[in-house]
Design a binder for this molecule. Structure first.
Ligand code: BGC
Length: 361
């Protein structure tokens, strides 16, 4: 069943890849003559392990397989650096620029500049609101949030929690994905708050998804709630781990379910230890491949029909949205089987036995 979900995602992607190019109807003959060179700007390396451990790796894999030139850089959460890198890439002759914006304002400035210089643009993972990217490649992010809400609810039920107090650690207020994740988990949890089945506890957005700040914020939430928080909707594994560190300090870890996202090594280990309820696995290899295919097509002056659009104000942005998958203790092995993380990374030291217990051999 769970395998089935992955298969659907892969098929969806194959379909995208197999779609016909609409041809060079832009009249831009120069574009069709360009040899692809793709620039990628990653956002940081601290808000999630994924950017350096998964995205960089899978983007490189896709570019190498396609035999195209590329330049992948990381802005390290610095908006000025982000713009400088973009300028250097444009001057350096990239044919396509893929960005994971730090906020929509600077993202838009970079996209507009690239466009004015005839460089193709792709919003990778995060949509730039009011932007001008030719494509948006991501996951169905509202579904990511829905899986988190359902996961928390499942774990609270398993703990036999009665009228649990649920706190929120939302993602960065400047990340459109954080808004979508929240819409997803609210769609599951708000009806429960409204029905007085659950009690809404403290809610905070974590600036720039800063994991260290998240720990401070969660500690304040716990104090504010007089120590009574029964479940934590944390928007990714880094924020989840921050909450778990404070729960540990208060000897509450394992008692209070915490959610996550990204299927990071740390997140998976927290799940095996029983400190984290679930995570959401996003097959970044598929995301990187889809974005790479589109960037190469654009460099050749082709336009691909992705068969899907996302609304950004009045604009319909052609999009590829992949399917996320919920991970609990019993299917941690699927993430390893998919080659996203290795058994050696996850099953170290004390985790070796926990891995064996859930059939990771
Ligand atoms: C991504 C998440 C990531 C978060 C923090 C979001 O835009 O979709 O996968 O955990 O940013 O980097």
């Amino acid at each position: 069943m769970r395998k089935g979900i992955l298969t659907i995602a892969a098929v969806g992607l194959l379909t995208t890849g197999g779609l016909t190019a609409c041809g060079d109807d832009s009249g831009d003959k120069a574009a069709s003559a360009k040899t692809p060179k793709i620039g990628v700007i990653l956002p940081d390396s601290k808000s999630s392990a994924r950017w350096e451990t998964a995205d960089r790796r899978f983007l490189e894999e896709a570019f190498k397989a396609a035999g195209v030139k590329y330049d992948i850089q990381n802005a390290q959460n610095d908006k000025t650096a982000f713009q400088t890198i973009a300028d250097q890439m444009i001057t350096g002759g990239v044919t396509a620029l893929m960005i994971v914006n730090l906020d929509s304002g600077t993202g838009k400035a970079v996209l507009d500049k690239a466009k004015s210089q005839g460089v193709a643009t792709i919003d990778y993972d995060r949509l730039t609101l009011g932007g001008s990217a030719q494509y948006y490649v991501s996951f169905d992010n509202e579904t990511v949030g829905k899986l988190q809400g359902e996961g928390l609810s499942k774990c609270l039920t398993e703990k036999g929690a009665k009228n649990p107090v649920v706190s929120y650690l939302n993602g960065s207020p400047t990340d459109n994905n954080a808004t979508l994740f929240k819409a997803g988990y609210d769609s599951v949890l708000k009806p429960k708050f409204d029905a007085n089945e659950y009690v809404k506890g403290p809610e905070d957005a974590v600036p720039a998804w800063d994991n260290a700040q998240a720990a401070t914020i969660f500690e304040q939430q716990l104090t504010k709630a007089n120590g009574k928080i029964d479940g934590v909707l944390a928007a990714n594994d880094g924020l989840g781990n921050a909450a778990i560190s404070i729960l540990k300090k208060n000897k509450l870890n394992g008692k209070v379910p915490v959610t996550g996202q990204d299927a990071s090594t740390e997140g998976l280990q927290n799940i095996l230890a029983g400190d984290q309820c679930m995570t959401v696995y996003k097959a970044v290899r598929e995301e990187a491949k889809a974005a790479s295919d589109l960037a190469i097509a654009l460099a050749k002056g082709e336009k691909k029909d992705t068969g899907q659009t996302v609304k950004d104000g009045d604009r319909d942005v052609p999009s590829v949205l992949l399917t996320p998958k919920a991970i609990y203790k019993d299917n941690v092995k699927d993430v390893i089987a998919d080659g996203y993380v290795t058994k050696e990374e996850v099953c170290t030291g004390a985790y070796a036995k926990l891995c064996a217990d859930v059939g990771i051999s």
